[in-house]
Design a binder for this molecule. Sequence first.
Ligand SMILES: [Zn+2]
Length: 261
Amino acid sequence: MNNQMKDKISGLFSSLFTGIFIFLFFTVTPEIKAQDEDIVKDLLKTVDILNETLLDMTALTDDQENAIGEEMDKQISQDLRFTNERKFDLKSIFKKLMKYVERKSINYNYKVVQTDEVNAYAISGGYMYVNTGILDFLDDENEIAFVLAHEISHNEKKHCIKRVQYAALATSVDPSFGEIVQMAYNMYSLPFSKYDEFEADDNGVFLMQKAGYDKSGAVSFFEKLEELEKEYGIDQRDAVNDFISSHPTAKERRERILKMD
Ligand SMILES: [Zn+2]
């Protein structure tokens, strides 16, 4: 997209956002009443749809996304020690889940990282990292199936690549491929928003169930995580932790999943 068009679109969006925020400021502060909450939800949804439209216009192809993932993986892998899978047959769990992914041309793959931290994470292009710490922490195949399905869902729902697109849009000049990879690398350890986490949980449960796993694995996973959150303390986690987070908490996530059909 050329810069003039980009400027036009960002101008349009910033005035729209300003309008929405002024509206929100006068209608929902200082107290949010029950009926106002629906208005806020509707507005947030509108913002979301507009965001999606903007991102669709600047979308990267799946091939480009895979290429970004491949380059990032090279950089990330320099600092990690990989090992063979243990305890669970990850290969077969992964294969079962893969049958039901929607983004067929994404290069989904995973690596097992030798480190005690209870964590797994995903980057653009379907690359996933599963720590031995999380494998040791879990007991049930349904639990690890949920963890994998959740990480897959961050790419199914384009959470990883969206951040890269936002960063690329924010630059005044069209960035080169190398610069986009660098942006992606700088951002991969930032936490996802609460909404992205909820969406990855929802899609994760949906995906695991399609592959024949039981939702109880997601519930017991978050139960265990609730205990671990108390031990860990938020400050002790590594920079990249997709599960131990102050928002949303394991409790919130477990309760949402329990309510799902
Ligand atoms: Zn996540």
